[in-house]
Ligand binder design. Structure first.
Ligand SMILES: *[C@@H]1O[C@H](CO)[C@@H](O)[C@H](O)[C@H]1NC(C)=O
Length: 557
């Protein structure tokens, strides 16, 4: 039996090698073929995602940690209550990829044009290779051998993701518009200015250490404030469209809050679509589910519903057809948002919470990672903000949640009741306002954010809200505002396969580095906060910025 399996895996390996050749040369259908295989997650290159600076033998950080926070009552975690069942795969949308010289790329890490471009060029081959495991032809035979020995999940590290992003920026643009617009011209001018951003005077409200490149972010943000106009479609039946009030609480609240604040924005909204740089499709993935498909994922009802909507607006107005949707965007936080929009809205900029770099057609550089925020108090989203000083954080590592998905049972199997420093729980008993769950978050050094049914977890933003260093265990999860934030400066990323080593890895982080990360969690916090009225650099503006930023870099004259 084992023999047969091994043979079978070799066959898979060979077929996969063919897929790679297709992909590498960008043959038509390469994407289609690879999408058929993406589910099988065959590993080619092993890429480590957690590079601790050094391996330190058990340092002092543990010494001052008493054994747990007994006396605190565990509490419930609002979470994705429904198991998601995806029914098969639809035809993969061909990515709108154009070959383009890398020389045209603007290096997003350096200050405008810099020596980095040269490095970029040298690394081009490797960047390409890291694209979803694409390897040069010469390596194909060895790939086959590797996959015959052992099959592993292809893990795309944070730095690999960034390489893909840079590569996509340089090589893929949206389609050429059917006719030009003044708005596009303004975006092209903005792109030039962002590329030439120089380090200028500091803005004391921003912290450079949490950004990839603070100058580029600042310039882009300023230009957004000065330039951006958004047209919002009025069409669509409530409560699925245009009714944000229904989605202001709970873990999908990001889509409701964004819609509410976008519609209310005097600065950014225009009633003249000819002026618009972006067109917003104001739908709620949560209300779509609640209305049409309340139980399991019924693709046959939600996808045609969205398609009908699209047919309606593209028949009524010419805006969609002008760019085939490239200047349109949607904001969807429910798990299903990614899949239900991939087929007919795959050309739009999709700001979604469920951002698996290898699933549902998520495209780095086009789509944006929407923060999943668990809003407990819509009347005052800032209630309970903050947490204890590092020295007062008595719990070393904390997790609590329902057993969604395959990963959490593994986490529990290794760490439930195994070690007094590791407070790893199932769902905590329900309490008003999740009192003790929140208490744990405020009192822990590390907050474990393990994926549920899908890659995202509201814990990532919760940890930042309560000033706990997030420990993200969710392979291939693209974290929010990935384009601009330097996530590895304030969060720990641990591969799923390293769960048995979880404590060792965390313990090996030197105290100095931990304190720096904690400080940066506080510095980045403002970008993840909802305010009743939006303020500069808050989460509303950051979401809008990530959409703006992606459009600016993909606009095609
Ligand atoms: C946009 O294109 C679609 C499909 O080709 C077509 O049915 C529709 O009438 C077009 N819309 C407009 C406003 O011309």
């Amino acid at each position: 039996m084992g023999h047969i399996l091994q043979k079978l895996s070799c066959v898979v390996g060979v077929v996969f090698a063919v897929v790679i050749v297709f992909q590498y040369f960008e043959f038509p259908y390469g994407d289609v073929i690879s999408s058929l295989f993406s589910a099988s997650k065959i590993q080619i290159t092993e890429t480590g995602s957690y590079p601790p600076e050094k391996s330190y033998p058990f340092p002092q950080i543990l010494a001052d940690i008493p054994h747990g926070a007994e006396g605190t009552e565990p509490t419930d975690v609002h979470d994705k209550g429904i198991g998601t069942t995806y029914k098969g795969h639809d035809a993969h949308i061909r990515k709108d990829t154009r070959k383009k010289e890398l020389d045209d790329s603007i290096d997003l890490r350096g200050n405008g044009v810099s020596g980095n471009q040269v490095v970029e060029k040298q690394n081009f081959k490797e960047h390409k290779a890291s694209l979803r495991g694409i390897v040069p032809l010469a390596n194909v035979s060895s790939v086959k051998e590797v996959s015959c020995k052992k099959q592993k999940r292809n893990v795309v590290s944070i730095s690999d993701m960034y390489n893909i992003l840079v590569h996509n920026r340089a090589s893929s643009h949206s389609m050429k518009p059917r006719w030009p617009s003044r708005a596009d011209q303004q975006l092209l001018e903005a792109k030039l200015q962002i590329g030439n951003a120089q380090f200028n005077e500091e803005d004391h409200n921003l912290y450079p250490s949490v950004f990839r490149n603070i100058s580029i972010f600042r310039r882009s943000y300023e230009l957004m404030e000065k330039t951006l106009k958004v047209y919002i479609y009025k069409e669509g039946d409530k409560p699925i469209f245009n009714q944000p009030e229904r989605v202001l609480k709970g873990i999908y609240a990001s889509e409701g809050w964004f819609m509410m604040q976008m519609k209310a924005s005097k600065r950014f909204v225009t009633r003249k679509p000819k002026e618009a740089h972006l067109f917003y499709i104001p739908y709620s993935s949560k209300m779509l589910k609640a209305t049409l498909s309340p139980n399991s994922y019924d693709r046959e009802s939600v996808v045609p519903y969205l398609k009908n909507y699209l047919d309606m607006i593209s028949g009524r107005y010419s805006f969609w057809n002008r760019t085939s949707g490239a200047d349109h965007f949607l904001v969807a936080c429910h798990d299903w948002g990614a899949d239900e929009t991939r087929q007919f809205m795959g050309t739009c900029i999709r700001a979604i919470c469920n951002t698996d770099v290898e699933k549902a057609g998520f495209q780095l550089g086009k789509d944006a990672s929407l923060p999943e925020t668990n809003v407990r108090h819509p009347e005052n989203p800032l209630r309970n903000l903050g947490g204890k000083l590092p020295s007062k954080r008595s719990v070393f590592a904390f997790f609590a949640g329902k057993m969604h998905g395959y990963l959490r049972p593994i986490l529990l199997q290794h760490w439930e009741n195994k070690d007094p420093d590791m407070k790893i729980f199932r769902r905590l008993p329900k309490m008003k306002d999740d009192k003790n769950y929140v208490e744990y978050m405020k009192s822990s050094k590390f907050c474990i954010c393990a994926k549920g049914s899908e890659v995202n977890s509201p814990r990532v933003v919760e940890a930042i809200f309560y000033e706990c260093v997030p420990v993200i265990i969710s392979d291939n999860f693209v974290p929010p505002f990935f384009e601009v934030l330097d996530w590895e400066s304030f969060a720990v990323f641990i591969q799923e396969k390293d769960i048995p080593n979880l404590k060792n890895i965390l313990v090996s982080i030197p105290k100095k580095r931990y304190l720096a990360m904690h400080e940066r969690v506080k510095q980045v916090q403002q970008h993840f906060l909802w305010h009743s009225k939006p303020i500069k650099y808050d989460i509303f503006h950051m979401i809008l910025h990530s959409i703006w930023y992606n459009r600016v870099f993909r606009v095609n004259p």
